[in-house]
Design a protein around this ligand. Structure first.
Ligand SMILES: O=C(O)Cc1cc(O)ccc1O
Ligand SMILES: [Fe+2]
Length: 444
């Protein structure tokens, strides 16, 4: 028998990193203490710690969960499982691709049924999952809802970036519906499942698996107290639970390996919770960009939505950066990204529309990789256009690109190297950039 808490319409609590409290049944949340001798409704109390107990107050994160069964009843004695396309760092593939800039079209259509977890394909890995440094960039491409299958990633948090189709993410702490142009984050160690919402044939997007310290909001420096991603626009789910006694499977990723265990009930049985270790979602259209309002092109760090620190100040384990719709007004300036080389490694995806440095060839659902110190910048078309156009204020609309930018070089996987949608001719996009220098002065 199923006695599920009602799920629609979904509601959320606003704020980034706040201390929240929520209960799906009245009176389920203990007041004034975390660990009563007996909990209301016969619930079990359990703490989920996302930081060491002793972390400084500003980075100390934990939530208290009041649930039908403690999670020792869900997660014990796992046996081996296999997800051969989900790789972890370090993963140095034996491929023979020349070193250089890389770009892919979207993955080919699915040939079989796959749920969210089964569909994950790793494109790049960086750092080392065992030392909790670095990240992996994955894509997903699924057509089947997870019903009695659940997943838990002990290796890092998952930042999910849908590109096509709305997904429903049911976590231990509640339910989030996430559509393209929104993102969501599932904390390390939290059990969840993903359903497909809507009627299209495929749901696809990108994932950053962050092995390191958690994503947080970047400091704004002289920008001050407002703009960029504002804390109130982060949405945290309210408590919701499943009460079902059917055969369920919990899959776990732990130190780069996969395991599975069978239980006779749902692990999403948290009736009430409080704390600050939570999933969240965020609508990228709420990002308030700040940019050059007179001349020149600032570094893309002004578009950082979330940053995961590495321990070295200003050097991110991974930044999540977007290129949202915006006005471009700079005078006497080359407006698109400049040509550059970077110690950080840049994995990019496109959620919607066009990206100004690469109007053609970089398509929604596609990806590019500009690795540590490898040069890149606008293609020939982008250069010609930006050099010769009249510099009126221009609105870049219908666009949403993003970047996972990490301090560690990104190693491509065998899958990425062999993916049939890899553009073998990508480097030729710069072939038309001819020598313009002729030794005589003058702007050319
Ligand atoms: O390479 C890219 O397209 C991303 C990027 C954008 C930008 O405006 C400045 C630097 C940068 O790396
Ligand atoms: Fe770049």
């Amino acid at each position: 028998m199923e006695r599920n808490a009602p799920v629609a319409p979904l509601t959320y609590m606003p704020g980034f990193g706040n201390d929240f409290e929520t209960e799906a049944l009245a009176g389920a949340l203990p007041q004034g203490q975390n660990s009563p001798q007996k909990c209301n409704y016969g619930l079990y109390a359990e703490q989920l710690s996302g930081s060491p107990f002793t972390a400084p107050r500003g980075t100390n994160e934990r939530s208290w969960l009041y649930r039908i069964r403690p999670s020792v009843k869900h997660m014990k004695r796992f046996s081996n499982a296999s997800y051969p396309f989900w790789q972890s760092a370090p993963c140095i593939a034996e491929h023979s691709l020349p070193l250089g800039q890389l770009r892919w079209d979207p993955p080919p259509p699915l040939q079989q049924t796959a749920n969210f977890i089964e569909s994950i394909r790793t494109m790049t890995t960086a750092g080392d999952v065992l030392t909790q440094t670095g990240m992996a960039a994955h894509i997903y491409n699924f057509n089947e809802t997870m019903t009695d299958d659940y997943f838990c990633n002990a290796d890092g948090e998952l930042l999910i970036v849908p590109q096509q189709g709305t997904i429903r993410v049911f976590t231990e702490l509640g339910i989030m519906d996430v559509e393209p142009n929104e993102i969501c984050l599932i904390p390390r160690g939290m059990v969840f499942k993903v359903s497909a919402i809507g009627t299209q044939s495929v749901w696809r997007g990108y994932i950053c698996e962050n092995y390191g310290a958690k994503f947080t909001l970047p400091d704004r420096g002289p920008i001050g107290a407002n703009c960029l991603a504002n804390p109130r626009d982060f949405k945290i789910p309210v408590a919701a639970y499943e009460d079902k006694e059917t055969t369920c499977r919990i899959h776990i990723k732990w130190c780069g390996k996969f395991y599975v265990t069978k239980i006779d009930h749902s692990p999403l049985d948290v009736v009430a919770w409080h704390g600050n270790y939570t999933p969240f979602k965020y609508d990228l259209r709420n990002f308030s960009p700040v940019g050059a309002i007179l001349f020149d092109h600032p570094d893309p760090s002004i578009f950082t939505v979330l940053t995961a620190p590495s321990g070295e100040a200003g050097t991110a384990n991974v930044d999540f950066v977007i290129f949202p719709p915006r006005w471009v007004v700079a005078e006497h300036s080359f407006r698109p990204p400049w040509y550059h080389r970077n110690i950080m490694s840049e994995f990019m995806g496109l959620i919607q529309g066009q990206y100004d440095a690469k109007e053609k060839g970089f398509v929604p659902g596609g990806m590019s990789l500009h690795n540590m110190m490898l040069p890149h910048g606008p293609d020939t078309y982008g250069f010609e256009k930006a050099t010769n156009s009249e510099l009126q204020p221009v609105k870049l609309s219908d666009t949403m690109a993003f970047m996972f930018e990490t301090r560690f070089p990104q190693q491509i996987t065998q899958f990425a190297a062999e993916l049939e949608t890899r553009q073998d001719d990508y480097h030729q996009c710069w072939d038309g950039l001819e020598r313009r220098f002729d030794g005589t002065p003058g702007l050319k």
